[in-house]
Design a binder for this molecule. Structure first.
Ligand code: ZN
Length: 138
């Protein structure tokens, strides 16, 4: 069995952003040389997510509105976590959107269903943060 590990770095201009990282993840898979196995991709921070969904800007705006209803950023004082930090909403948003995705690797490709794409969801950005890609298989 082979294994492969890589970190992808991001530094968003805004506090919240959704970035399609599918091509970067595919590049990792290519580099790994693995043809059959599993690929794990996870945010290495507790205020960011990796998730799979449609690359459609309307949907991304819907996510933003929905997450702001569930866990509004402001007022910061509404959260017990905010004191040294102001990112309680980001922790909550991350929990809803998930930590990681696992994708089957078949014949050297990500074995996606129709329209599936991998996204990095940033909820407390404007600083350098990482995503881990791990591939195991043969
Ligand atoms: Zn925090």
């Amino acid at each position: 069995m082979k294994s492969y590990r890589k970190e992808l770095w991001f530094n968003t201009d805004s506090r919240r952003q959704m970035i399609n990282i599918t091509s970067q993840v595919e590049e990792c898979l290519k580099e790994s040389g693995i043809r059959e196995g599993l690929l794990l991709c996870n945010a290495m921070h507790i205020t960011a997510s990796v998730f799979i969904n449609d690359d459609e800007s309307g949907l991304h705006n819907d996510f933003e509105k929905w997450l702001e209803k569930l866990a509004p950023e402001k007022p910061y004082s509404q959260y017990q976590h905010n004191g040294f930090e102001d990112n309680a909403d980001a922790h909550l948003k991350r929990t809803i959107m998930g930590r990681e995705v696992v994708v089957a690797v078949t014949n050297g490709k990500l074995d996606f269903g129709p329209w599936e794409q991998i996204f990095y969801g940033e909820f407390d950005g404007k600083r350098r943060k990482r995503v881990l890609v791990k591939v195991i298989g043969v």
